[in-house]
Design a protein. Structure first.
Length: 300
């Protein structure tokens, strides 16, 4: 569920308070802000986006480097009701160096609010933000978000650096290291698994098996549980008021644990790194350490 909300949060930068002109002035300003924020991390945003775009084209996830191809991605999300793109977490660390809420500095957002209203009136950015804001936050789905975006933006809009950057960064941050089993499938019997319950409170306290645990101890304890229970199911619950930073950090740590265990098993069974295995061998490892996780947002 939170991956769905992340798509929503990534695209809505701030709640708009003005209308805007359709000349991309605001979009260019926001893109400049993004470049500045990444530059503070010693990341050349444009160069890294180009590299990621070429990667997606090579993998076949993006047909070509055109606005229409980017627009088609939202049509696919609308059709699949999810982002079905899988990218190893070890790839593109530069683009993962900032969380979405860090793309724009407070100074940039304050300058945006002070912009001349005649410059802000009527832009696609405002229309898109308004369409996204109209979605009931309790009923957000990738399909509805993609429909709102594709209902406002046209293929030519994605030739703009800002919309291209948002799309690429959203894809990267919503991708998974490998396919995640849909636990809502009719044949998925949760009762047959050993549940590893993880909870993030509204105060960002971390609990494992209902006992508070320090974040620095989490990976070690989770590894121990997975090694001891081969039929594990990771149940990640998070309070609506918990911070996005802790959620994404924790989810990455879960992925890191499974990746590390998969690498160790690949060495043990085949004396190779996981990336060097055949598809059949990878499947064998994935059956031992599947990314089997259920995510639930709660309000307590």
């Amino acid at each position: 569920m939170f991956r769905i909300l992340f798509l929503f949060i990534t695209l809505i930068v701030i709640q708009p308070v003005f209308s805007q002109e359709n000349d991309y002035k605001v979009e260019q300003f926001l893109f400049d802000c993004m470049e500045e924020s990444f530059a503070k991390k010693d990341v050349n945003l444009s160069a890294e986006l180009d590299r990621f775009e070429n990667y997606l084209i090579t993998k076949g996830d993006l047909q070509e480097a055109t606005g229409k191809a980017f627009f088609d991605i939202f049509l696919e999300i609308q059709s699949d009701n999810d982002v079905l793109i899988f990218i190893p977490y070890s790839e593109f660390p530069e683009l993962r160096s900032l969380f979405p809420q860090e793309f724009y500095s407070d100074v940039c957002l304050e300058e945006l609010r002070k912009m001349n209203s005649s410059d802000l009136k009527g832009s696609k950015y405002f229309e898109m933000s308004r369409a996204l804001s109209s979605i009931n936050r309790e009923m957000v789905t990738p399909e509805k978000v993609a429909a709102a975006v594709s209902g406002v933006l046209e293929p030519a809009d994605f030739d703009n650096p800002y919309y291209r950057a948002l799309t690429l960064l959203t894809i990267l941050n919503l991708s998974t290291d490998k396919p995640v089993r849909n636990i809502l499938d009719p044949d998925f019997d949760e009762s047959s698994y050993f549940t590893i319950p993880i909870f993030i409170s509204g105060d960002d306290e971390l609990f494992l098996f209902k006992k508070m645990i320090a974040q620095e101890d989490f990976e070690l304890q989770l590894t121990k549980q997975i090694e001891e229970h081969s039929n594990y199911l990771i149940r990640l619950e998070f309070d609506r008021k918990s911070s996005y930073n802790l959620y994404t950090t924790l989810r990455k740590e879960i992925a890191d644990v499974l990746i590390k265990l998969s690498q160790e098993k690949a060495k043990t069974l085949f004396n190779k790194n996981y990336e060097e295995l055949s598809e059949e061998q990878k499947l064998q490892i994935d059956e031992i350490y599947p990314f089997r996780i259920k995510e639930i947002m709660v309000e307590k």
